[in-house]
Design a protein around this ligand. Structure first.
Ligand code: SAH
Ligand code: SF4
Ligand code: F3S
Length: 473
């Protein structure tokens, strides 16, 4: 039987990136191999997101582009998965007549059976069943792991917090933590496949294991810290209300845990935080940030902000700007509030105009640019330990073949800042540079969203195992 090709378009959060990898893995026994060429595909899957209106629009505009392809290739199977699929279910089949399959956030384990049915019976299928435990998919080490050194690992699904603006509890279901043993085994397999850094994913990792009586999140981190060959651990997202002292101490005590926390505040106004159902006050948030900085003075802190939440007055917004100035975040994601289906805030009065939201968003971005630039500038002249992730995106294949000296590499500091660099010709050790290696770089220049570095030495403890990408000068 011939190989078939699978094209996955992933829209949305890191959890969707992880899920897309699981989709590719479950479909391997059906002889589907991933392709990055849409025209080659026998099966196209859009893994969707509905967190904001814009994300949902992206899904339908991508599906629109597939109409012509389906006409040319009637056997092409088109599937819509993820959060929009969970939210809209069968309505997607009505709206887009050439979609063959709609599958929800709990259906990945059932995909092989569904796809086989569509292949043989040429039927259309909707599976948005949410009940019951999410199936654990056990794959073992993956030889074809795309040569990546950094990987996501979902440690918990769903969310029980019901922030009033948020759709996640409705499309991802109740909060459920995965077993620590399964997580540790999965990470061991990833390490065997060449992964050196994992980012643990959950909507609120701080409450990991509480419901099921498993270990706590800091205990899970300690277990993962023991995995041989793993060099770095990151996690996201940390809900401020549950940020414990034990987790703060983990940053100090666990050598592999990176020096960065994403701690979304959403708003600096107590009135708005209450309406958002965030369950912390501005004061409590600032207290936690202070405590964290006392324990780890150089930790990088990033955040999410929503502007124009219903009822947000100019004064409320000023309090958000003031909080940003007080914390001095390393970077920020800022969003204009948008109504989401089922989310309580969609029914709140006092909606803010699009124009006002646009202006507030710009003000947040301008203010944050100032801090991001300053923090990046402060790095100039320092030496940073980075994990080399490979060639920088800008690097074309032709360049790589023709101009070894100019090949641009990329990696990240422990504080999650991107550092680009070239080999240079004055350093002997440079012919050892390899993806997956820890490298000391001197920061020569700061740009708005990245740093430029000069390699000054390979970290002796690092493993640099990826021979095929290592440098032969
Ligand atoms: N679990 C994470 C958030 C995940 S959603 C947490 O609790 O922090 C990612 C971000 O999208 C949120 O932090 C929020 O800033 C933004 N967001 C969620 N719903 C939104 C909406 N309806 N409008 C605008 N931004 C939204
Ligand atoms: Fe959404 Fe709030 Fe849950 Fe985050 S904690 S996923 S914002 S409901
Ligand atoms: Fe989007 Fe679903 Fe993630 S709504 S942000 S893909 S959990």
């Amino acid at each position: 039987m011939n190989t078939k090709y699978l094209y996955i378009n992933t829209i949305g959060c890191q959890m969707n990136v992880y899920d897309s990898e699981q989709i590719a893995k479950v479909l391997k026994p059906l002889r589907y191999r991933k392709t990055s060429f849409l025209e080659m595909a026998n099966l196209i899957i859009v893994n969707t997101c509905t967190i904001r209106e814009k994300a949902e629009q992206k899904v339908f505009s991508f599906l629109g582009r597939l109409a012509g392809l389906k006409r040319k290739k009637p056997d092409l199977i088109i599937g819509v998965g993820g959060c929009v699929a969970q939210q809209e279910g069968g309505k997607i089949l009505e709206r887009v007549p050439y979609v063959d399959l709609v599958f929800g956030t709990n259906a990945i384990g059932r995909l092989p059976v569904i796809i086989e049915r569509i292949e043989t019976k040429k039927c259309r299928v909707v599976d948005v069943e949410m009940s019951g435990q999410i199936e654990e998919l056990d794959f073992g080490a993956d030889e074809s792991h795309d040569g990546k050194v950094a990987s996501f690992v979902t440690i918990m699904q769903g969310c029980d917090n019901y922030c009033t603006y948020c759709v996640v509890p409705y499309v991802r279901g109740r909060e459920t933590s995965r077993d620590p043993e399964i997580i540790v085994n999965e990470i061991r397999c990833l390490v065997e496949s060449g992964v050196r850094e994992v980012t643990l994913l959950g909507q609120n990792v701080n409450s990991y294991g509480k419901k099921e009586g498993l270990c706590t999140f800091p205990e899970l981190l300690a277990l993962i810290n023991e995995i041989d060959g793993l060099l770095r651990i990151r996690f996201t997202t940390s809900h401020p209300k549950d940020l414990s002292e034990d987790l703060m101490l983990a940053f100090k005590d666990l050598d592999k845990l990176c020096n960065h926390i994403h701690l979304p505040v959403q708003s600096g106004s107590n009135k708005i935080l209450k309406r958002m159902n965030r369950k912390y006050t501005r004061g409590l948030y600032l207290e936690k940030v202070d405590k964290l900085l006392n324990i780890c003075p150089d930790i990088a802190i990033t955040s999410d902000i929503i502007v124009g939440f219903p009822g947000e007055t100019r004064d409320d917004f000023e309090e958000t700007l003031d909080l940003i100035k007080k914390v001095e975040y390393d970077s920020l994601f800022a969003f204009k509030y948008s109504d989401r289906p089922n989310a309580t805030a969609a029914r709140f009065p006092d909606k803010i105009s699009e124009q006002e939201k646009k202006e507030r968003l710009q003000q947040v971005l301008d203010l944050q640019d100032h801090f991001t630039t300053r923090k990046n500038k402060e790095q100039e002249g320092s030496t940073q330990l980075i994990l080399v992730e490979g060639f920088s995106k800008k690097q074309s294949v032709i360049d790589i073949q023709n101009r070894y000296q100019d090949v641009q590499w990329t990696g990240r500091t422990s504080t999650n800042k991107i550092v680009n660099f070239i080999q240079g010709d004055d350093t002997v050790f440079c012919n050892e540079i390899a993806t997956g290696q820890m490298l000391n770089v001197e920061i020569v220049k700061a740009f708005p969203h990245s740093l430029w570095g000069k390699p000054v030495g390979v970290e002796p403890t690092s493993l640099g195992l990826r021979g095929e990408e290592s440098y032969v000068a």
